[in-house]
Design a binder for this molecule. Structure first.
Ligand code: S3P
Length: 174
């Protein structure tokens, strides 16, 4: 099995995958893409709308198509993923997996202190019920850990600090 030389950011909704990715590209030659952005652009509608119109299973099918494309056609890229993308069976073939880790309460605190907090919560259908979201978090965290080649604890760290840590650890890993 050939390992692609992409970096794949995984982790729970709101943990800061997008912000960290934007910081990494400022300090490295990586080009960054985001699986949710690709889906929204292909479908010409927001994730929230896709969930409402078609349901979650349809969204996961789109993620599956993207996972195949990433494995076979993408190199040297920093790939930021939606919180459920880890379920894709070929994810380990896409690149080095970096899990951005943080406790559930810290993630929610992080979202709530954002100036656009309301929007950030609204656009994520699976965060609309915090009790359910915590259950999802507890189910997923062990799975994220199992898949990860590298774990970065992002709690109370700036995107810049996380980005530095990622680039250092990736260098050591390859
Ligand atoms: C999801 C996370 C979202 C988005 C969709 C489903 C999930 O991405 O892909 O709402 O299953 O955790 P973020 O992790 O960027 O919020």
């Amino acid at each position: 099995m050939t390992q692609n030389n992409n970096i794949v950011l995984i982790g729970f909704m709101g943990v800061g995958k997008g912000s960290v990715a934007r910081e990494v590209v400022q300090h490295s030659p990586y080009i960054a893409i985001d699986t949710d952005d690709i889906i929204e652009s292909m479908e010409n509608r927001k994730i929230k709308q896709i969930f409402e119109d078609e349901g979650e299973a349809y969204f996961r099918k789109l993620e599956k198509n993207i996972a195949k494309w990433l494995q076979h056609s993408v190199q040297n890229t920093l790939i930021s993923t939606g919180g459920g993308f880890y379920k894709q069976k070929n994810i380990k073939n896409i690149g080095t997996i970096i899990f951005l880790d943080s406790p559930f309460d810290a993630i929610i605190k992080r979202i709530k202190k954002h100036p656009n907090a309301e929007k950030k919560l609204k656009k994520r259908p699976l965060l609309s019920n915090l009790k359910e979201a915590k259950k999802l978090y507890d189910e997923r965290r062990p799975e994220y850990l199992k898949l990860a080649d590298i774990v970065v604890d992002v709690t109370d760290k700036s995107a810049k600090e996380c980005s530095k840590e990622i680039l250092k650890k990736v260098k050591k890993h390859v």
